[in-house]
Design a protein around this ligand. Sequence first.
Ligand SMILES: C[S@@+](CC[C@H](N)C(=O)[O-])C[C@H]1O[C@@H](n2cnc3c(N)ncnc32)[C@H](O)[C@@H]1O
Length: 256
Amino acid sequence: MNISDLYAAPKQVDDLESCVFYHTIDLPNSETVWGHVDLRGRERAYLGGVDLEGKTVLEVGPATGHLAFFMEQHGATVTCLELPHSDVGDLVPRIDLENWDQILADRRRHLDQIVNGFWYCHGKLTSKIQVIYGTVDDLVEAGATFDFVVLGGVLLHLRDLQLRLQQFASLARQEIIVTEQLLAPLDRSDSAPIVWLAPSKGNEVWDHWWRFGPGYFSGYLPILGFPDLKVTKHEQSCLGNMFKHFTIRGRRNIKV
Ligand SMILES: C[S@@+](CC[C@H](N)C(=O)[O-])C[C@H]1O[C@@H](n2cnc3c(N)ncnc32)[C@H](O)[C@@H]1O
């Protein structure tokens, strides 16, 4: 199998009513779609200042695609990996929550609306980004590799964290770039190997498994072949409030 066999056919979406937007994105003709996350003007920080010109990039979990479109507009050839259509992701099995069945039903509808929002923007921006609705296993099987693999706000959702990160790393020829929110209790030294299991009996967390300090990645990425590390911190806007994030760029120790 070749990677191009995995590309989804572009979906024509003109109907705003069928869309939900995760990111706020400026579109041509003074149109803006409004999402709860607004990375506008802070994209470079979110990506750790990486130079995108001429690079091939895999973005895992683009949601509305603001970062993917930004990377394309700055000279990268971008491929996105998004959940398969039938898949609600690695949800925490919160059968202890009374409304669990409703959460599951709402989740699928929400993901479909997010996908529509992506294609709405893709069309307006006349983007050439290719999207794969599948799993990292599909990419590994197809022998796909990219200069950069970008994992923004996605690893916290993955139940099989260690294995998936290993697989994503294997797709990166030059760099792996990870960005996550940095919660205050985890904001300690950049080398403290902190990963925190988020769901517990005392909360109702169901859509993510983990929270991280950068030290989790500075411990694990060198083992995966990325010894040259750079950690940066920045603030990003969600629902009008600023939240601290970190980005860690891991570079392979080979000259490509
Ligand atoms: C919080 S959004 C991050 C959006 C964007 N990457 C950013 O940093 O702003 C999480 C995204 O990851 C996707 N996602 C969750 N689990 C995934 C998986 N196993 N494979 C691919 N994408 C996944 C979700 O559908 C969503 O698009």
